[in-house]
Design a protein. Structure first.
Length: 147
């Protein structure tokens, strides 16, 4: 069985948890001494108060926005998806941004992001002069149709 080791770095830190047995992501909690107001358009780095040790080098942790915060309040991750490498041992933080037109108050202990542990492939990189052909080829944005 794989094990995710979590270390609390300060008082008030909460261990990540899945909301339901079928949840892919574990909730991450804001480890704040006081509420933080995120103004429209503002960015903030929100500490979780935890560090972790992933099971091995074949995986990484990915931070995603919580759908409720994003859809209802316009609070999402400022970098889209946060990537935590298997050899990182520092504090896990969530970079948040408010893309709404209203301030949002982040409360201490609030669920601010979700974390998914997933496999990572690290192939050997080889420069080549040509790539194999496919039906799609170099067709990019919108090349496969509207829907």
């Amino acid at each position: 069985m794989m094990e995710l080791k979590i270390k609390k770095l300060r008082e008030g830190a909460k261990i990540p948890q899945r909301a339901t047995p079928g949840s892919a992501g574990m909730d991450l909690y804001a480890c704040l001494d006081a509420p933080v107001t995120l103004a429209p358009g503002q960015l903030a780095v929100v500490p979780t108060g935890i560090a972790m040790e992933l099971p091995d080098n074949g995986c990484a942790a990915f931070l995603y926005a919580r759908s409720g915060l994003g859809v209802k309040h316009g609070v999402c991750l400022s970098n889209g998806v946060g990537v935590i490498d298997s050899d990182y041992r520092g504090e896990v933080c969530a970079g948040l941004c408010n893309v709404s037109d209203k301030p949002y108050v982040i409360e201490p202990g609030e669920r601010v992001a979700q974390m998914v542990i997933a496999p990572v492939f690290t192939p050997e990189i080889r420069e080549v002069g040509a790539l194999s052909d496919t039906e799609r080829g170099a067709g990019g944005f919108g090349s496969t149709g509207r829907s």
